[in-house]
Design a protein around this ligand. Sequence first.
Ligand SMILES: CC(C)(COP(=O)(O)OP(=O)(O)OC[C@H]1O[C@@H](n2cnc3c(N)ncnc32)[C@H](O)[C@@H]1OP(=O)(O)O)[C@@H](O)C(=O)NCCC(=O)NCCS
Length: 145
Amino acid sequence: LAEILPFRPRQLDRILEIERASFPREAYTRKMFKELRRECGPLFLVAKSQGRIAGYIATCRSETGAELISVAVDPRWRGRGLGAALLGHTLALLRASGTPHLDLMVSVGNPDAVRFYRRFGFRRFGTARRYYEDGSDADQMRLRL
Ligand SMILES: CC(C)(COP(=O)(O)OP(=O)(O)OC[C@H]1O[C@@H](n2cnc3c(N)ncnc32)[C@H](O)[C@@H]1OP(=O)(O)O)[C@@H](O)C(=O)NCCC(=O)NCCS
């Protein structure tokens, strides 16, 4: 259904489109994506379906494991397994390199995403109060690899 490939700079305009459609209030900027490319390297991936980029995922290594920075799928392409393919590919890369765990932050007001992560085995281990600019909280979740 989808090919999972490393992010290329020429895909940035399309990634920004998906980002703005997915996070209308807190979209990452062009500059932030360029930083992610530097920091995430081969863990910045895109999903290509029918010749078109339809989603991305960016994960950075941390001192102790790795952190999922962001994942988004074009609203018109959701519910077809692209998000699962992006996350599954990321987990395979992390397991192959012996990474012990993958952490992430997710808005408490995003139950769809929380359900998506739980299905992969992520468990909540804390809450970051007022994590987002609008003052809302984030759940901290971890998957042991
Ligand atoms: C979270 C997200 C990346 C998942 O991507 P996706 O491609 O829709 O994920 P999948 O298709 O692999 O799985 C989605 C699940 O939701 C269900 N679903 C069905 N239709 C859906 C739809 N229109 N939108 C979202 N989810 C849907 C699917 O049934 C699937 O569950 P299943 O595997 O049990 O069938 C995507 O919803 C998204 O971009 N959300 C907005 C951005 C966001 O919140 N990112 C995470 C916060 S950091």
